[in-house]
Design a protein. Structure first.
Length: 506
């Protein structure tokens, strides 16, 4: 009998399991823009526009490929506002009894679908999402019985599984990881590559006015809107990255420049997470650039590790630890998120740059997310759940399965060290070493405390002192605590007084 095939906004892949196990001549595809998905956090305007426009283009492509598509627009008068509501309405209109869907990426929606199917006694067939390198089962098997889950070991398994950069069972170049070569700062350069920009077509233009009308008060700059919204456009962005930015990706992976939001990063995560690109096709193309002598091993290995290592690892951890993971709060932090995360109005040049480009592009690269906005929130003792909701809202690539482990685990250490072996806490010195922000800042990065000292300096020591009961035993912080312990008490008090003043002013 005929089936309803649900395709979600981050499932825009022709090879999606729900589609490959369906029949064009018999089944109907349902895609729906709904208020619930557009509103469970206050998404950045560009993120909503990207998802809706990419959904509309994908629906057209499915139609052109011969599928029957029922596409519900946000403004359709009968729109019920939820995915389950739209399934129920479609089932009624089309007299279909069976629903088929690929497992949603977020726990929230998966739970809602299963609960609804149960209550309405609908036959709901949920298929595995095979657009990843590792299955849930493989990750669980790997994690089972390990005392510590470390990305590096999981990554090696994924290298072996995929054969990427492998010579038989040996890693290309004799080492698994070339990160030691990847920590160089960057210099402003007139020839810095920029991600390619697409002009809005008619579909995108219509979506932009919808977003303007319905989400005009949301965070973020809607225009200029330059993201690609089709697979063809995303493939062009991939080619562009491999040709222009990949060769220097490794060297400057951790660098930050005031005037260069993208540096040598790929800016592909929103395409990948929405399904317009697949992880293996990206990695194969990047690997080819190495074997053809167009990019060095430190860049290619570092890039492939982000995708088959980190991306797969955080997804595995998410499904292992949900529900409950997003509520973790190891340090018991309770401060509300400072308002400047929404306005970029702060005197801290590094924060203003990271938040400002987040507002403009719905993008910041990894080190900004981790060592600037994330680091500051952790040092300041911001409630990790508020931090989590901010990250989930403001980035075009943000879906909870990838965002939550990065925020709750990697950046806030709110899971108490499940994901990372130590908190990514750093004083201004780190930011100064890796960026040119401090030379644009009204704070003095060399000043330890007192008026116009870089706020990261007292906050760093205050964070360690405040959380000594939880962190002192961490071997990777031994050096920092020895330094703190040797400091004379007057100096310690100056750090802590300064921190108190900064925190009170937030
Ligand atoms: P590149 O630097 O070019 O890296 C290549 C690809 O590797 C990315 O496109 C991405 O798919 C993958 N990748 C790299 N690092 C990670 C990582 N730590 N976890 C998972 N995948 C990774 N990434 C998201 O996709 N969505 C998020 O919501 C998200 N939230 C984050 C929040 C915090 C606090 C931190 C520290 C990191 C977060 N990341 C997230 C990971 C990373 O910052 C982004 O994937 C990256 O900045 C995207 O830009 P890019 O495509 O230019 O990446
Ligand atoms: C992010 C998003 C937004 C903004 N809107 C929709 C939508 O209207 N309809 C839809 O199917 N998906 C949307 N998405 C993506 C979903 O939130 C995503 O599929 C779930 O979070 C599961 O990962
Ligand atoms: Fe950021 Fe401190 Fe440098 Fe200013 S001085 S840019 S606040 S690290």
């Amino acid at each position: 009998s005929s089936r309803l095939i649900l395709v979600l906004g981050d499932q825009l892949s022709q090879n999606l399991s729900a589609l490959s196990q369906a029949e064009k001549a018999r089944d109907t595809v349902l895609m729906a823009e709904v208020a619930d998905e557009a509103g469970y956090v206050p998404h950045h305007k560009k993120k909503i526009a990207f998802v809706f426009s990419a959904m509309r283009h994908f629906a057209d492509e499915l139609g052109a490929a011969g599928w029957q598509v029922r596409y519900v627009r946000l403004n359709d008068p009968d729109n019920t506002g939820s995915i389950t509501g739209e399934i129920a309405r479609a089932i009624g209109d089309l007299s279909i009894a069976n629903v088929q869907v690929t497992e949603p990426g977020e726990y929230r929606l998966k739970a809602a679908l299963l609960e609804w199917a149960d209550q309405s006694q609908t036959d709901l067939h949920m298929l595995e999402d095979d657009r990843f390198v590792a299955t849930h089962q493989e990750f669980r098997n790997w994690a089972d019985g390990r005392k510590q889950l470390r990305m590096e070991y999981f990554y090696r398994e994924m290298r072996r599984k995929t054969g990427l950069l492998m010579n038989g069972d040996q890693p290309e170049g004799g080492r698994w990881n070339f990160d030691a070569e990847n920590r160089k700062p960057a210099n402003a350069d007139l020839f810095m590559p920029q991600p390619p920009r697409s002009d809005p077509d008619d579909i995108t233009t219509e979506v932009l006015s919808l977003v303007e009308t319905r989400f005009g008060d949301n965070f973020g700059q809607l225009r200029p809107f330059w993201f690609a919204v089709t697979r063809a456009g995303a493939l062009e962005a991939l080619d562009h990255f491999v040709e222009h930015a990949l060769p220097l990706f490794g060297d400057h992976q951790d660098a930050m420049l005031e005037a260069e939001p993208f540096l040598y990063h790929s800016v592909l995560s929103h395409y990948l997470n929405a399904g317009l690109l697949g992880p293996m096709e990206i990695c194969r193309q990047v690997e080819r650039a190495y074997y053809e002598g167009r990019a060095p091993l430190n860049a290619v290995e570092g890039f492939i590790r982000q995708i088959i290592g980190w991306r797969e690892y955080v997804r595995g951890l998410y499904w292992l630890k949900m529900p409950g993971y997003t509520e973790r709060n190891h340090f018991g932090a309770t401060r509300p998120l400072p308002d400047f995360y929404w306005t970029a109005k702060t005197e801290m040049a590094c924060m203003a740059a990271a938040i400002g480009q987040t507002r403009d592009h719905a993008y910041a690269h990894h080190i900004q997310r981790l060592m600037v906005t994330g680091n500051f929130a952790m040092l300041a003792g911001v409630d990790p759940h508020e931090v989590h909701e901010w990250y989930l809202a403001v980035y075009a690539d943000a879906y909870e399965w990838v965002e939550a482990p990065n925020v709750i685990g990697m950046s806030q250490f709110a899971d108490g060290g499940l994901l990372g072996s130590k908190p990514y806490a750093a004083s201004g010195n780190y930011i100064n070493k890796m960026s040119d922000h401090c030379s644009h800042c009204c704070y003095d990065v060399k000043r330890k405390f007192g008026a116009n000292a870089c706020p990261f300096n007292p906050l760093y020591w205050d964070f360690l002192a405040r959380n000594a009961d939880k962190l002192r035993g961490n071997p990777r912080l031994g050096h920092a605590y020895r330094t703190w312990d040797r400091m004379d008490p007057e100096k310690q008090a100056q750090y802590r007084d300064s921190a108190r003043e900064i925190l009170d002013s937030l």
